[in-house]
Design a protein around this ligand. Structure first.
Ligand SMILES: [Zn+2]
Ligand SMILES: [Zn+2]
Ligand SMILES: [Zn+2]
Length: 262
C-alpha cells in the first residue's frame, strides 16, 4: 500500500480483478488457516461469519498471517451474540503476539471464549473430525514457523507457505504418518524467480522441486492439485501472467476467492 513500483501501479490501475489480499484458507467453513488483516474483508466479500468458527491454525506470527488485534471484537459491544470458543493453534511467538496485540483493548468477558494451544513441529493433533500434522517451515530462525497437513475422510490438504524448500526429514515425517494430499498450496512468492536452497520463500522451480519430493515420498500423486499462492508485488503477479506460468508447470495460480474441491 506504500509502494510505487511499476507492478503495484499497474495493479492499482487495473482495479479489483487484480487485487490480492493477504493469504487465508478456509476448509469446509470449519477450520481457518491464518488470520490476516483482510480477514474482515474476506468475511464481507465471501459471506463468512467467523462467530461460528471454532478452529484457527496459525503458521507463524508475521502480521500478514496473524492480525491478532481483531480478536478483541469477539464480544463486549462488538459482537451481539457471544461467539463460540475459538481454539487458536500456533507456536510460542504467535501466543506472544496475541498477548501484545490484545493487551490494550481486550475486555475480560471476551477472553474466556478464546483458547490457545501451543503447537510444536512434528506433532499430530485433532481438531473436531480432522487430523492435523504440524511440520516445520523454512522461514527464518526468529521463530518455529509451521506448516499444516489437515485431513478428514482420508482426504488431505497440505499448506506449504510461508516457506522455502523443505528437507527430506519433513517429507519422511509426513509419509510415515500417512499424509496423502489431494491438494497442496505452495508458496510462490518469487513466481518465475528462484528462491534456491536456503530461501525463506519459493518460486516456480522450487515448487516443482517440492512437487517431485511429495510424489517421491508418496504424499502426492498424479491427481493431487498444486495451487500456487502468496505472490509478491516484486514478481509482477498480474493474474494472466501467474495463471499462464503456473499452467506451464501443470499447477494452478490462486486468486482472491479461489475455491477448490477434492
Ligand atoms: Zn510494489
Ligand atoms: Zn512470513
Ligand atoms: Zn507471508
Amino acid at each position: 500500500m506504500f509502494c510505487n513500483c511499476v507492478f503495484c501501479k499497474k495493479i492499482r490501475e487495473a482495479g479489483p480483478y487484480e487485487f490480492r489480499t493477504r493469504t487465508q484458507v478456509l476448509i469446509d467453513d470449519k477450520i481457518c488457516l491464518d488470520f490476516p488483516p483482510e480477514a474482515y474483508v474476506h468475511s464481507l466479500v465471501y459471506g463468512i461469519n467467523y462467530s461460528s468458527l471454532e478452529y484457527l491454525l496459525v503458521t507463524h506470527s508475521h502480521m500478514d498471517h496473524f492480525y491478532a488485534h481483531d480478536f478483541i471484537l469477539r464480544g463486549y459491544k462488538y459482537a451481539a451474540v457471544a461467539a463460540k470458543t475459538l481454539n487458536i493453534y500456533g507456536n510460542e511467538e504467535v501466543r506472544k503476539v496475541f498477548s501484545e496485540c490484545t493487551a490494550r483493548e481486550m475486555k475480560p468477558e471476551v477472553t474466556p471464549n478464546l483458547k490457545f494451544t501451543h503447537v510444536k513441529a512434528f506433532s499430530e493433533f485433532f481438531v473436531g473430525d480432522y487430523r492435523v500434522l504440524a511440520v516445520p517451515a523454512r522461514h527464518g530462525t526468529a521463530e518455529e514457523a509451521l506448516l499444516y497437513y489437515v485431513e478428514k475422510d482420508k482426504k488431505g490438504y497440505l499448506h506449504m507457505h510461508d516457506t522455502g524448500r523443505l528437507g527430506d526429514d519433513v517429507f519422511l515425517y509426513l509419509a510415515q504418518n500417512g499424509a496423502r494430499a489431494g491438494a497442496v498450496s505452495l508458496d510462490c512468492t518469487f513466481l518465475d524467480g528462484d528462491g534456491g536452497e536456503n530461501a525463506r520463500h519459493m518460486g516456480l522451480n522450487d515448487d516443482e522441486a517440492m512437487r517431485a519430493k511429495l510424489r517421491e515420498f508418496g504424499i502426492a500423486d498424479d491427481n493431487t492439485r498444486f495451487i500456487l499462492t502468496h505472490f509478491s508485488h516484486n514478481s509482477n503477479p498480474l493474474r494472466e501472467r501467474t495463471e499462464r506460468l503456473a499452467a506451464r508447470h501443470g499447477m494452478t495460480a490462486a486468486y482472491d476467492g479461489f475455491e477448490t474441491d477434492f
